[in-house]
Design a protein around this ligand. Structure first.
Ligand code: NIG
Ligand code: FE
Length: 379
């Protein structure tokens, strides 16, 4: 792979390397597998505190919805996240961006959603722009104020939706703090009609749309994503075949989140036949303190194989090119093609099958973003 100014200028078998590319500085990957930099296209990166107490309750049989109704779940993380000063939250984000880069991740989507007030949501999104650094994965920010109805708006969800639509979204867009608007569409969260109102406001402000849908039940979320022209529809554990077909027709990328299946105890989508029919799915971590307390994207890719019947090569594609597509970045990252950013992960394995077959703490020996080594021990 050759690059200049952070962009790939050539990629192919070494014997075809053009002479002009052979000059200049060079790195020897020493037999490591060179894959495109990984793209984690769904995380809730900025949060304060963990929820191990809830983990025990879940193990004892409490459902995700039951825990949420008891004031646990998302709202308990909201009160902790509101209380944390921005510099502390920024430190948390840098820490997990660094850990993620050590696994080979070079681009990471990060949602707000543990603020749930104009002030706290803006605090989180400002933290995302503040932590941006060329030596960490690129952060793609998403406003997920419609993650839960905050306590002050209990029984007045429509008023909260109006606040997001009329005040927060225009402010976020004006300040360039997010690329995407996301909405948690579920019985315990927001209705399809509320999602339509928010999507309209997002569109007016130039934000692209993502949706959390059909996670705990089939709420017709996949079809809604197609109707609203979302860039991606995420979770989909209970999505109907008909909804998935509509998504495919509209070019909506499905994003599967194996950790959330495990922790929220939802059945993974059996993707084999859909993949064979030409559906595209990205796979991401969903990193958050409740339903997915892990930032380990390669492990999520392995689980996509064991739980959702991806081949290892399909899983790699799901964590690179398709994930880039779920972020509207397929022209920029996600594959080793001329013109794209020189983002690469160097993996200590002889093949993709060998890599994703083993659950390893970390097989990544080098991470290159924009042509520069941002983590690793290889060189
Ligand atoms: O993607 N589904 C909604 N939101 C998160 C869970 C967040 C939490 O439990 O704190 C998810 O699974
Ligand atoms: Fe999520």
């Amino acid at each position: 792979v050759a690059w200049e100014g952070g962009r790939i200028t050539w990629a192919g078998p070494e014997q075809h390397l053009p002479r002009e590319c052979a000059q200049g500085e060079s790195f020897n990957a020493k037999g490591a597998l060179v894959v495109p930099g990984l793209v984690d296209c769904h995380t809730h990166l900025a949060f304060a505190g963990w929820r191990a107490d809830e983990f025990e309750l879940k193990v004892r049989g409490a459902s995700y919805a039951e825990i949420a109704k008891k004031g646990g779940g998302i709202l308990s993380t909201v009160s902790k996240t509101r209380a944390v000063p921005a510099p502390e939250l920024a430190e948390h984000c840098r820490r997990y961006l660094r850990k993620s880069s050590e696994l080979g991740v070079t681009t990471l989507e990060a949602k707000s959603g543990y603020g749930l007030s104009a002030e706290s949501e803006l605090k989180i999104l400002e933290v995302y722009s503040e932590v941006a650094s060329d030596s960490l994965p690129a952060v793609i920010p998403t406003v997920l104020a419609a993650h839960a109805v905050p306590l002050e708006f209990q029984g007045r969800a429509d008023d909260y939706v109006a606040l997001i639509a009329n005040e927060l979204i225009p402010e976020v867009a004006k300040r360039g703090l997010a690329k995407f608007l996301d909405i948690f569409v579920e019985e315990i969260a927001f209705s399809k009609n509320q999602a339509r109102i928010l999507a309209e406001a997002g569109k007016r402000s130039g934000l692209s749309l993502k949706l959390h849908v059909d996670q705990l039940g089939d709420g017709g979320g996949a079809a809604l994503a197609a109707e609203l022209g979302a860039v991606s529809a995420d979770h989909l554990e209970h999505a109907s075949l008909e909804g998935l077909r509509l998504m495919k027709q509209r070019g909506v990328v499905g994003v599967l989140l194996p950790f959330a299946c495990l922790y929220a105890k939802q059945p993974p989508l059996k993707a084999r036949q859909l993949l064979d029919e030409g559906h595209f799915f990205a796979v991401a971590t969903d990193f958050n303190p409740g339903s997915a307390p892990s930032y380990h994207l390669p492990l999520a890719l392995t689980l996509a194989c064991t739980m959702s019947q991806f081949t290892p090569a399909e899983a790699l594609n799901a964590g690179t090119l398709i994930a880039a597509r779920a972020l509207g970045l397929e022209g920029e990252v996600g594959s080793l093609e001329v013109g794209k950013r020189a983002d690469m992960a160097l993996i200590d394995a002889p093949s993709v099958n060998e890599w994703l077959y083993q659950m390893q703490p970390n097989a990544c020996v080098g991470t290159i973003r924009g042509g520069n080594l941002i983590s690793g021990s290889l060189f």
